[in-house]
Design a protein around this ligand. Structure first.
Ligand code: MLT
Length: 274
C-alpha cells in the first residue's frame, strides 16, 4: 500500500507491507524505497515469513514519491532519522527493527544515537560507521553542485560501476538498466541535500560500540564503496554482532543477491526473541 505522512517540512511517501513485527527499511543513495522490492516480495509470499513482519519503507526527501527539500536545504543523517521516527509516530509504533543499507545505515546509526528506545534490533548493510575523509567531503560538495546544475542523470555513469559488483555487471544487465532509470528520476534538490548531509555526518563508531541490542552486519564481497573490511571493523566494534558476507554481491547486496540477503536477514530476525 502506498501512503504518505507529514515530516519536518515535506510530505514523505512510504509503503507498508505485511503484518507482525515492525521492520523499518531505510534506502540507499540515490535510490528510493523501491530498492526493497525483493525483501517486500518475500514478506508477501513466503510461508513462515508472511504474517511475521510489517515492513515500512519510507522515501527520504526528494527520492521516490517524497516531496523534495527546499533549495539549499541539507538532509543531515539526523534529519533523515527524524523523518524515519516521524513515520513510526505516524503509525503509532513504539519500537521497530531498523535495517539500513549504505546511506540508510548512516541514518540507522543516527536514529540509534538519538532514539535508542525506538530500536529493537539493528541491521546494517553495506555501510560504515565512520565519517568521510576531507577529500570525500569535498567530492560530495562538488557532486551536489553538478547535480543542481545538470540534473541527477550526471550520477549514472560514475555511480553504477561502484554500486553494482563485477558479477552483477556481467550477469544482470537488466538490473543495471533499472538503476539507471531510478537514479535519473531522483530530484536534484534531494540528491544535493543528501550529499551535503552525508558529508557532514560524524563518526558513529561509539554509537555502534554502545549498542545493547541484536545487530546484524551484511556486506557484498564485491562491495567497493563500503568494502567488507569496513563491515569487519563494525563487527569488532559492535558487541555480540553477527557478520554475513554475501558472495557475488557488490554494494547493493539486497538487489544483487536477494535470496542470500533475505536468508541472512530473516534468519537473523527469526533468531531474536521479540
Ligand atoms: C549509498 O549507497 O547510499 C551511498 O553510496 C552512500 C555514500 O555515498 O556514502
Amino acid at each position: 500500500m502506498l501512503n504518505s505522512y507529514p515530516s519536518r517540512s515535506q510530505r514523505l511517501a512510504y509503503t507498508e507491507t505485511g503484518t507482525g513485527e515492525p521492520l523499518l527499511l531505510l534506502h540507499a543513495f540515490p535510490l528510493s524505497k523501491e530498492m526493497w522490492e525483493p525483501q517486500l516480495a518475500v514478506i508477501s509470499s513466503t510461508a513462515g515469513i508472511a504474517g511475521s513482519y510489517r515492513c515500512l519503507a519510507p522515501d527520504f526527501p526528494g527520492f521516490g514519491g517524497s516531496e523534495p527539500p527546499a533549495a539549499g536545504e541539507v538532509s543531515g543523517m539526523d534529519d533523515l532519522a527524524a523523518d524515519a521516527v516521524a513515520l513510526l509516530d505516524h503509525l503509532g509504533i513504539e519500537r521497530a527493527v531498523v535495517c539500513g543499507l549504505s546511506m540508510g545505515g548512516y541514518v540507522a546509526l543516527a536514529l540509534c544515537e538519538a532514539w535508542p528506545e525506538r530500536v529493537r534490533a539493528l541491521v546494517l548493510a553495506d555501510t560504515r560507521a565512520g565519517a568521510d575523509a576531507p577529500e570525500a567531503q569535498e567530492k560530495r560538495h562538488t557532486t551536489a553542485r553538478e547535480v543542481e546544475e545538470s540534473g541527477s542523470g550526471v550520477l549514472v555513469d560514475s555511480m553504477i560501476p561502484r554500486l553494482l559488483g563485477a558479477s552483477t555487471l556481467a550477469a544482470k544487465p537488466g538490473l543495471r538498466e533499472q538503476l539507471e532509470r531510478r537514479i535519473a528520476l531522483a530530484s536534484p534538490a534531494g540528491v544535493a541535500a543528501a550529499q551535503r548531509g552525508m558529508a557532514a555526518r560524524p563518526d558513529r563508531g561509539a554509537v555502534l560500540a554502545g549498542l545493547r541490542i541484536p545487530v546484524l552486519i551484511l556486506v557484498g564481497d564485491e562491495d567497493i564503496l563500503t568494502p567488507p573490511e569496513e563491515s569487519r571493523r563494525m563487527q569488532r566494534e559492535a558487541p555480540g554482532s553477527e557478520l554475513v558476507i554475501l558472495p557475488g554481491a557488490g554494494h547493493l547486496s539486497n538487489l544483487e543477491q536477494p535470496e542470500a540477503f533475505n536468508r541472512a536477514l530473516f534468519g537473523f530476525l527469526a533468531r531474536q526473541t521479540v
